[in-house]
Each structure stands twice: as C-alpha cells, then as structure tokens.
Design a protein around this ligand. Sequence first.
Ligand SMILES: Cc1ncc(COP(=O)(O)O)c(C=O)c1O
Length: 468
Amino acid sequence: MSRTASAYRDINTTIHPYTNLKAHESEGPLVITEGDGVFVRDENGKSYLEGLAGLWCASLGFSDRRLAEAAYRQMLKLPFYHTFAHKAVEVGAELAQKLLSIAPAHMSKVFFVNSGSEANDTVVKLVWYYNNAIGRPQKKKIISRNKAYHGVTAASASLTGLPNNHRDFDLPIAKILHVECPHFYRFGLPGETEEAFAGRLADSLEQRILSEGPDTVAAMIAEPIMGAGGVLLPPATYFEKIQTILKKYDILLIADEVICGFGRTGEMWGSVTYGLQPDIITCAKALSAGYAPIGAVMIAEPIYDALVEQSEKIGIFGHGFTYTGHPVSSAVALATLNIYEQDDILSHVRGVAPRMQQRLRAFSDHPLVGEIRGIGLIGAVELVADKSTRAPFEPAEAVGPHLYKRAQHHGLIVRPIGDSIAFCPPLIISDDEIDLMCDRFALALDDTLAMVRQRGILKDSVVYARAT
Ligand SMILES: Cc1ncc(COP(=O)(O)O)c(C=O)c1O
C-alpha cells in the first residue's frame, strides 16, 4: 500500500514511544483515524478489533459520547484550573470522594497525576517523605519484581523490572531492588506445586529483606497481575505469603492497579481478586476509560498524617503537577466511574469473561502454544518453540512480532510481549466480538505456524489439525 501524506509527516516529525526508531523510518506508521465500540479504523478505512483496548485502557471502547459530553461541558464551564496553594476545583474533590468510596481498602486521601508513571513516581517520593517524617530516614529501599511494569519516568522506570527500560538510560536509580518474577510456568521447578513456588518466592523475599536489613526496606510495589511483563497471574497463595513477610518487617505494600483497576479482572480491583491489602494504591488508564490523561495515588491514613506533619514542619508539601486534578480529566474520570456503575460494567465483564477465557484456552493444543493464562477480560497466549520442554524461540526470530503483524493483517490488534500475545479488550466487548477476536487470532496463529515450520524452528513433532 502506498504511503499517505500523514504517514510521511509522521516519519518526518515524530519520535514514537516503544518503537524501533530506525525501522519506523522505513516501515512507517499505521495511522488510526476513528473508533467505534471495540473497533478502530485506519486512514485507509480498514477496521481492526482492538484486542488491547489501545494500551489496556479504552475500557468503554472508542465512541462513548457520554464521556465526550462530560469533557465538553467541563471545558465550557472551567477548562483549566489548578490545585496548588489551597485552590480546588469542584469536580476534582467529587472524583476523589468517589474513588475513596470504591477503593479496595480503607484509603484516606487521593493525589491526582496525569499517568501511571507519574503515579508511581509520586509514590516513591511519598514513601521517602513519609519515612523521613516518622523518623526512619534509613528505611527507604523499595522492592519491585523482575518483569514488573510501573512506567517510564526515572523512578517508575527504575521500579519497572524490564531490561530495555534500564539499558542505556542509566537506570535503575539507587534504593530500588528487584526480586523474582512469580511466573509459575517459567520459573516453577519440576514437580513443584504453585503453592510451594509461592512459598519459595516468599522465603527468598524474606532472605533479601534480611540481607538488605529490614530497617532499610520501606515498601514493596506489585501489580496484582503483571501486565506489560506478559500478563502473569500470581501463583496460588503468593500474595498471602508475601504480605505476611511485609507485615513482619513493617514494609508498606503498594498496589499498582493501573491495568487491573476498574473491572478488568471481574472485580473492581485486582487487589480484591487476589486479596491484597495495600497501604498505597496507584491507578490510571481505565480511570478515565483512556479518554483523558489522569491517574491517582490513594494513601492510607497513617501515611497521610505523616505528610501533614512533615509539610507543616517544612512549610509546604513540595510536590505537584500543573495538571494535578485537571478539571477536564477529572470530569471525564467521574463520568467514567458513574458509567461503570450505571451500566453495571462488573456484571457485564463477569458475563462475557468466561467466553474469552474458554476461547483462548481452546488454543492449548496448538503446536505453537505453551501456556494460556488469564482471568476476567485479560489474558495471554505464550508461544514456544517446543511444547514439551517449554523452550522459547530465539528472540531474534521475532515470532511474537510476526504474529502481531499477521493479526493486524486479519483485522485484529493485539500486543506481543516477547512471544506472549496479550489480550485486554474493551470491557464492553460482546460475546460475538470475543468470537471474532479469537477467530482472527486463530488465522494469525496458523500463519505464524506456517512461518516457523518454513524456517524449521518449531521443535514439536506433533501433527496438528485445528478443529473447524
Ligand atoms: C501496571 C502499570 N503501571 C504503570 C504504567 C505506566 O502508565 P503510563 O503509561 O500511563 O505512564 C503502566 C502502563 O502500561 C502499567 O501497565
């Protein structure tokens, strides 16, 4: 297809996040121009089912007029005001009240930001400020996990446990530790149960805390389900065991609900699904259904009390963004939370999720498929070079990215995370649309199988015929 004027303009002007910038100069962009329900359309009129809700965020799809109207009304009334130095906007406080009322644990106050990265960056500073306030200036280290994703600003990228977010950016910053990734399929030992795996990781966490010195460890951050690391569900009893260790050493738990929050798992929060009792919660993305940039940090009472005391001592709480509590983003977020309630989005997710999970699991006998995992409306299919040994493909073969391109050819947008293909469709998806998503995925999977067979890199000898 010949390159359009907007594609040329993009190549000549724009740096793309998470893109091979050299490849982009020759491959160019897919320019998306419109959205409707769970579908988006490119500038040539081709339609795609958005199997990742954009970036795990467009929970209400791409054409909810109620959100557009909420933004418009707020723009006409008060398009901007800030919240520095005792100023407030009405809709911000309303949103904060609403968030606190649905939080998965008792939270005292909300601090608004513009993104998940800013939320987690803010948390790092709050944890440090808090421990200074309560006279524990040495208790500052924050534990994260390999393959965690917490964002890209300097501190949140440091929390992220993915090599490409550190490499050549001179990260991580000091005082950030990474412990084992709880992916049972990849890191469980032969014969080990999920519970035993969780126990081993909890023991290892405790050893790490002891070797660092418990009085130097302030907090641990965790996504209930690790999203951008590959949609990795916690093994049975993992959070129960981890939280026992954290409590023992007086270490705060930060739940990163940026993907899991607002119904994704079939509960309002991933913390509810997996029994987390966090002291701090971060959220973004589906907070505004992706229609406006906004995130939030919620903190428990003792942390708030310490911030109050410290800011009184210093004379100011010296943190905040121009757009903290932006009225338009707040209005859109408030409308989003109201829609979740009015439309009973949780019941809808619980109604359709079994279909998505069953349809994905039906791929388990495919020769390329190693593991299928998921819950609610999030899932992943992990491709392997050898089903029996779970051996992955060489990254240079780019098998996942190949599938992603074939899916796009068939009118489906999904996300390859290495060779794990992630699904996280808008929460409003219907049964028929789930079928369409999985049918298109099946075509891309078979195209990919043909490719790996042709290259001779599939080590499985099982002859496969997909039931039609
Ligand atoms: C769990 C999690 N935390 C934080 C972030 C960072 O959010 P943002 O891209 O809005 O900065 C993401 C983004 O995908 C995420 O998945």
